[in-house]
Design a protein around this ligand. Structure first.
Ligand code: NAD
Ligand code: TDX
Length: 352
């Protein structure tokens, strides 16, 4: 049963159309969270932002350091820390919940932190939001819907049944269910967004696009899983941020919105694009063993977000976004080099 649609009109009539004055962004030192913090700071400088982040190996304070003290405050801590949340959550108008264990390959190697942060952590935050009556926006992924066949004309919509494949996506699906239940049962003012694959600056070098860019810079051959034909629906992270802001401020409470920008491409094509942009031969990469349970294809239909809330992506030219991203990694080796060696060590031990 889809709880958001079954819900009573009591909560549905409410929309979130009020600009928050002070928001708590969890995971604001990660890739998507830091880009959101940077986006809100640039576009809505009147909004005060508290970032709560544990600084796991995926988090990097450098991504938001230049903003600290200028309407952005950083708190080092765990979203599962109840006492910390009691101290932090009151006084905020909204929580925007990005914090998560986010990498599928890591979830296959060791699922436990994914259950702890993604499920238990979301539960703790929901309880704090309920206790202090704070609006809650949950950041989630299209991976909760499982995968589509390459020849299937369908895309995911808000009505697609949940069918997660990996430990990562199943913990994200679990967290979505908790958010829906807290809305329906307690009337918590929630929204959920499920976004497709982001690309852009400040993404950890464990992820596909930055891994290949930084491999090429370091003289390591890029690595392609399986047959390379798995399709991801790429969206520039700045478009993800603008969509989240739109939903946070104008979305209907209790609703889910899918975020995507018609960016379907298979991995082989993306890798060849990267090689071409970086002046390398298109076959200068290694085929490596596939990811277990590897989802075949993701594709998002964002009609609801576009028609109901009027959101539009602005980075619609993938190659130009990719060129900008390549340039960012070339210009910012001090940001990614400290994590590169250990990341590749983990991959080489897995034969990937
Ligand atoms: P990321 O791994 O780059 O960042 C996650 C951040 O969360 C890190 O800064 C980390 O330190 C922090 N964190 C982890 N556990 C924590 C804890 N227990 N307490 C406090 N902070 C903790 O991830 P990302 O790619 O930026 O993804 C962020 C969110 O966006 C996730 O919820 C993910 O599911 C969602 N999402 C990401 C994408 C994408 O393509 N990157 C697409 C759709 C949805
Ligand atoms: O070296 C690689 N070679 C390769 O072929 C890596 C790291 C990945 N891949 C493939 C696997 C995927 O088909 O590239 C594709 C993208 O891989 P990831 O960057 O690991 O992303 P994905 O697993 O699709 O998940 C991402 O998008 C959805 C984010 O990591 C998730 O947090 C988000 O929910």
């Amino acid at each position: 049963m889809d709880l958001t649609h079954h819900n009573s009109s009591l909560y549905h009539i409410a929309s979130a159309s009020k600009t928050p004055e002070r928001i708590l962004v969890t995971g604001g030192c990660g890739f998507a969270g830091a880009n959101f913090v940077r986006y809100v700071h640039a576009m809505h400088p009147e909004v005060n932002i508290t970032v709560l982040d544990l600084l796991t190996p995926a988090g990097n304070l450098e991504s938001i350091k230049s903003l600290l003290g200028d309407g952005v405050e950083f708190v080092h801590g765990d979203i599962r820390d109840e006492a910390l949340l009691d101290h932090l959550v009151p006084g905020h108008d909204a929580i925007v919940h990005y914090a998560a264990e986010s990498h599928n390959d890591n979830s296959i190697a060791n699922p436990e932190p994914f259950v702890k942060t993604n499920v238990e952590g979301t539960f703790r935050l929901l309880e704090a939001a309920r206790k202090y009556d704070v609006r809650f926006h949950h950041i989630s992924t299209d991976e909760v819907y499982g995968d589509l066949a390459l020849d299937d004309p369908a895309k995911f919509t808000e009505e697609t049944p949940y069918h997660p494949s990996s430990p990562y996506s199943s913990t994200k699906a679990s967290s979505d269910m908790l958010v829906r239940a807290w809305h329906r049962t307690y009337g918590l003012r929630t929204t959920i967004s499920n976004c497709s694959n982001n690309y852009g600056p400040y993404q950890h070098v464990e992820k596909f696009i930055p891994r290949q860019i930084t491999n090429i810079i370091e003289g390591i051959r890029p690595k392609l899983y399986g047959d390379g034909l798995n399709v991801r629906d790429w969206i520039h992270t700045e478009d993800h941020s603008s969509a989240v802001w739109t939903i946070l401020t104008t979305g209907r409470l209790g609703e889910t919105y899918l975020i995507g920008a018609n960016g379907e491409r298979n991995n082989l094509t993306v890798l060849r694009d990267i090689l071409r942009v970086m002046g390398q031969p298109e076959d200068a990469f290694d085929w490596v063993k596939d990811r277990p349970g590897h989802d075949r294809r993701y594709a998002i239909d964002s009609t609801k977000l576009q028609t109901e809330l009027g959101w539009r992506p602005t980075h619609t030219d993938f190659e130009s976004g990719l060129r900008q991203t390549v340039q960012w990694y070339i210009d910012n080796p001090q940001w990614w080099r400290p994590m590169k060696h250990d990341t590749e060590l983990v991959y080489s031990r897995r034969g990937q």
